[in-house]
Design a binder for this molecule. Structure first.
Ligand code: SDX
Length: 429
């Protein structure tokens, strides 16, 4: 169907802009000629109504609480699939058949080790450094060790770099954890699945065999699936913008990790558990709900609200189910923090302030409780988010690099600073 047109009238002048159709969700008005024709910019800080790119990877319907990866609903992928086949889906566009799946899994498995000289980078950090600081540093340094896969114009190098990122993130993340607790690094093992290998690298110690509970490994794998990709969120947009200048993929992922760290974004899982611990008991919930509604108080309910979801985040539902599974397997009958979380959710969802603003629990609300039960310290939660999101960042970066229309991202501005004025010598100021 031919593109529809949008009309804009400024004074006596009329301007037309083509409307491009989406396969599902909002169409877009292409305003690429706006500045040339009207000498004006659009203005949309925070990009609440702006599509920065065309993508075929992930679709979110915030009102219906729907999340599709290449058309497959997140709940089906999380229940029936596994993380590596989700990686394949995000990267290549379809679920792998048996041979493709085996080949992809093997290629990832044989890239899990990192250059041994990189282990020295860790000793440059204080033991009590936040592990996200270590992740930004070590991942950014990957290009210093793997410069044979940094030529982004070479498809083969792009794929090797993608595999290396997906394969090495668990190793780098586990080493950041081991370094923080003063335990020796544990090398990856090729006989373990992706999530089991990660748990082994985190929690095994040389002095005894680490027994991996398959239910916990499955829960870890599912948590990775839930965090894999999420359309053009802040950190993905950071990776795309960094990549648009031709920066190598390792540097782009390091930029994504830095952005994800913020408490308004991926850092919310750490902040949500800290908040739940601060609330401590259900009777203190009303005090925090009051603070969350008080405009003079910067406090917000961490793990609540979302730029796109104005309904329940479908990932939060699956995360809540996983929380109960993990606590059950671990025999944690009554986790007081889980009781606070469930009561807080109940009260908030009955409060008109939250209901009229469409503020529901997001993926970060329950993830912290699960990750804590799995044995991770709070400051590792966002590291796990960055581990899982690496495939989303890489898939979106690859899609951008392979788009023939791609050009460097360079937004403009509404300038409200001083107009031109002459320099004043210091003795005349
Ligand atoms: C992630 O983008 C993604 O896709 C991100 C993510 C992904 O997978 O990549 O889903 C991961 O980052 C999830 C979000 C994690 N962040 C948090 O849980 C932090 C707490 N949430 C808020 O900071 C906030 O909800 C945001 C940042 C998530 C969204 O903010 P928006 O879209 O800019 O919304 P807003 O700030 O304009 O809020 C609209 C209204 C405001 O009140 P009014 O001005 O209308 O009176 O809702 C209020 C806000 O004050 N509000 C909250 C609130 N979130 C929004 N009030 C209390 N507590 C909150 N959590």
């Amino acid at each position: 169907m031919a593109d529809q047109k949008a009309e804009l009238t400024i004074g006596k002048e009329k301007y037309e802009f083509p409307i491009h159709q989406a396969s599902v969700g909002p169409d877009v008005i292409n305003i690429g000629t706006l500045y040339k024709n009207t000498n004006r910019f659009t203005f949309d800080p925070g990009f609440t109504s702006t599509a920065a790119c065309e993508s075929a990877i992930t679709y979110i319907d915030g009102d219906a609480g729907v999340l599709l990866h290449r058309g497959y609903p997140i709940d089906q992928l999380a229940e029936e699939g596994d993380f590596l086949e989700t990686c394949y889906l995000l990267l290549y566009g379809d679920l792998p058949n048996k041979e493709q799946r085996a080949d992809f899994n093997e290629r990832v498995t044989y890239h899990t080790m990192i250059h041994d000289q990189m282990t020295r980078l860790y000793s440059g950090f204080r033991r009590d450094a936040h592990p996200m600081a270590v992740m930004v540093g070590v991942v950014g340094a990957l290009s210093a060790f793997y410069h044979d896969s940094t030529d982004i114009t070479d498809e083969k190098q792009r794929m090797i770099a993608s595999l290396r990122m997906i394969a090495k993130m668990p190793t780098i993340a586990a080493m950041a954890y081991k370094y923080s607790v003063g335990q020796p690094f544990v090398y990856p093992r090729n006989d373990l699945g992706y999530a089991a290998n990660f748990l082994h690298m985190c929690f095994a110690v040389p002095s005894e065999e680490y027994k991996i509970d398959p239910v916990l490994a499955r829960a870890m794998d599912r948590i990775f699936i839930l965090h894999a990709d999420h359309e053009q969120n802040a950190s993905t947009s950071t990776v795309r913008l960094a990549g648009s200048s031709g920066a190598n993929p390792f540097a782009c992922v390091a930029a994504g990790i830095a952005c994800l760290w913020g408490p308004a974004h991926g850092g919310a899982n750490e902040a949500a558990l800290t908040m739940l611990n601060e609330i401590g008991t259900p009777d203190r919930i009303p005090e925090f709900i009051k603070r969350a509604k008080d405009k003079s108080d910067p406090f917000r309910l961490m793990g609540f609200g979302h730029r796109v979801y104005k309904n329940y985040d479908p990932r939060a539902k699956i995360m809540q189910k996983t929380t109960h599974e993990v606590l059950g397997v671990l025999g944690i009958k009554d986790d007081p923090i889980l009781d606070v979380a469930i009561e807080l959710e109940k009260i908030a969802l009955e409060d008109e302030y939250f209901v009229e603003r469409g503020l529901y629990p997001n993926i970060d609300f329950y993830s912290g409780i699960t990750l804590k039960a799995l044995g991770f310290p709070t400051d590792m939660f966002t590291v796990l988010f960055s581990l899982a999101r690496t495939v989303g960042w890489i898939a979106q970066w690859k899609e951008m690099i392979e788009d023939p229309k791609q050009k460097i991202g360079r937004p403009r501005q509404l300038y409200t600073g001083p107009t031109q004025r002459d320099y004043v010598p210091v003795d005349k100021r």
